[in-house]
Write a protein that binds this ligand. Structure first.
Ligand code: ATP
Length: 312
């Protein structure tokens, strides 16, 4: 498998609308490493679905190049299509058949052995419920069945567009566990979402887009960065802050604790201990993916820009 499961260069999509040409995807360089779960994050209207549709040959780029599993697409899409699964819209299942019967029908229509159905049902955690009628399924179970359908082909790459849309917290957790399991089983997953807290828990790397443009990309660790802010709990915050200030370490009292700025937390421990102040807690305060995302996309409320707005 190539190092990158998905790669785009200068990928662009303009839509002609009544208000002029709108740029949905603006010269996007996407690099999704093979293996693991990659979050594709951006506010509503930031171009995620349009990008995914172009990758799958469902929309034609205005310009730019794309590769899936090392193959240029759409030119070589037929060569990779068997190794790529996608849930972009809700697939149509027969409500009166069981989940299992629906999958069996599908497996036979794409010439896949029935034994793959058992494997897919198990991977998405529907074992025991697969013989229930589809119409009795919760939204989360329906979504898991949709993912199971994509697994029949045993894909190396799975593209999921907002798979938790409309789900309640329990449903979101079910899908999250399913996706985590897929990543652990070696499938590369591109997971588009705007629910950051959820994504942070399953993704190994992520790309953040706004107005169709790449805002940040990297491992979740890199995106979160290292923090120099620490929360320090001591019996007497005022006394501790005076000791730290005298040593040139900025510290402010907040919520009964201290916020200390330092890249050397051991020095804080030493300084306080030397003054006979014994701390009970020292924790780095890292921003979560959600606050990084909100910072990066703060001006992103107006939808895609026109070509003229983009040039300004
Ligand atoms: N067929 C179309 N014609 C005109 N504009 C479109 C079309 N499809 C998408 N757009 C516009 O392109 C922009 C990007 O939309 P897209 O659906 O790709 O965003 P998204 O990030 O997937 O959003 P969401 O999270 O809401 O699904 C939006 O401003 C949208 O209105």
């Amino acid at each position: 498998m190539p190092d990158l499961a998905i790669e785009t260069q200068g990928l662009r999509k303009e839509f002609r609308t009544r208000r002029g040409l709108r740029v949905a995807v603006a010269d996007l360089d996407l690099a999704v490493p093979a293996g693991g779960v990659h979050g594709f994050l951006g506010p509503n209207g930031s171009g995620k679905t349009t990008t995914i549709r172009m990758l799958l040959g469902l929309a034609r780029p205005t310009r730019g190049t794309m590769r899936l599993l090392g193959h240029p697409v759409p030119e070589q899409l037929p060569d990779v299509v068997d190794r790529v699964g996608a849930v972009v819209e809700s697939p149509k299942f027969s409500p009166n058949l069981s989940g299992r019967q629906n999958l069996l029908l599908l497996a036979r229509s794409i010439d896949v052995p029935d034994s793959r159905v058992d494997a897919a049902v198990e991977t998405v955690g529907l074992t025991g419920r697969d013989r229930d009628r589809y119409r009795a399924y919760s939204l989360g179970m329906k979504q898991r069945l949709a993912i199971a359908a994509t697994l029949l082909k045993d894909p190396a790459l799975l593209i999921l567009d907002e798979p938790t849309n409309g789900l309640d917290p329990a449903g979101i957790r079910e899908i999250r566990e399913t996706i985590r399991g897929l990543g652990e089983a070696g499938v590369t997953v591109l997971l588009s979402s705007h629910i950051l807290a959820e994504v942070q828990q399953v993704c190994t790397s992520a790309t953040i887009v706004g107005h169709g443009r790449l805002l940040a990309s990297g491992t979740v660790e890199d995106l979160l960065g290292s923090s120099t802010t620490h929360r320090v709990v001591v019996p007497d915050p005022a006394a501790a802050s005076a000791v730290l200030a005298a040593a040139g370490v900025p510290a402010t009292a907040a919520d009964g604790a201290l916020r200390v700025e330092t890249d050397d937390p051991a020095a804080v421990t030493r300084l306080l201990a030397a003054a006979d102040i014994w701390l009970t807690e020292l924790v780095p305060l890292r921003p979560d993916l959600e606050s990084i995302f909100l910072q990066l996309t703060a001006d992103d409320t107006l939808g895609s820009p026109t070509v003229e707005e983009e040039a300004r």
